[in-house]
Design a protein around this ligand. Structure first.
Ligand code: NI
Length: 156
């Protein structure tokens, strides 16, 4: 296991569309394990491969209910709406108010290529949408209705 360097906003790799993963090999397993470790080290709840400079479609998410690894994830269904503050390990210290679905259904593969599906609600749904956006080069600041002010941040 190893910590990976997290790219910061302004790095053009964060704006690229990531490619599908077709090889479920040791290289992918190391990447996913490193991503989980890097996410935890940064006190994040999610991390996408392009954030560590790998333009491949996989993410790790842990909103406090256990680690989820998703390879080639696709949102099949979106329901409802929620509006809340969001941040990103690639944009440290900044938070913005973003609209997201209340609930999403995601199809993905695990690290061995086995397909799975899950429903994410509330903050978990936010994390899924946020991380999947990274795979298409989209950042939360693109979608934020407004950014939080320093005063608001202090109150959080
Ligand atoms: Ni992010």
């Amino acid at each position: 296991m190893a910590l990976r360097n997290i790219l910061k906003e302004g790095d053009e790799r964060l704006r690229k569309k990531s490619r599908e993963i077709t090889d479920f090999n040791e290289r992918l397993w190391t990447l996913l394990t490193d991503m989980a470790e890097t996410m935890k080290d940064g006190d994040g709840v999610g991390l996408a491969a392009p954030q560590v400079g790998i333009l491949r479609r996989c993410v790790v998410i842990d909103v406090g209910e256990g680690l989820h690894e998703m390879v080639n994830p696709v949102i099949l269904q979106r329901e409802g709406d929620q509006f809340g503050a969001e941040g990103c390990l690639s944009i440290p210290g900044e938070y913005g108010m973003v609209h997201r679905p209340q609930k999403v259904t995601v199809h993905y593969q695990d690290r061995y290529g086995k397909p799975g599906q899950l429903e994410a609600e509330g903050f978990f749904a936010v994390a899924v949408c946020h991380e999947l956006d990274h795979l298409d080069g989209v950042l939360f600041i693109d979608k934020a209705e407004r950014m939080l002010t320093p005063e608001e941040l202090q109150r959080e």
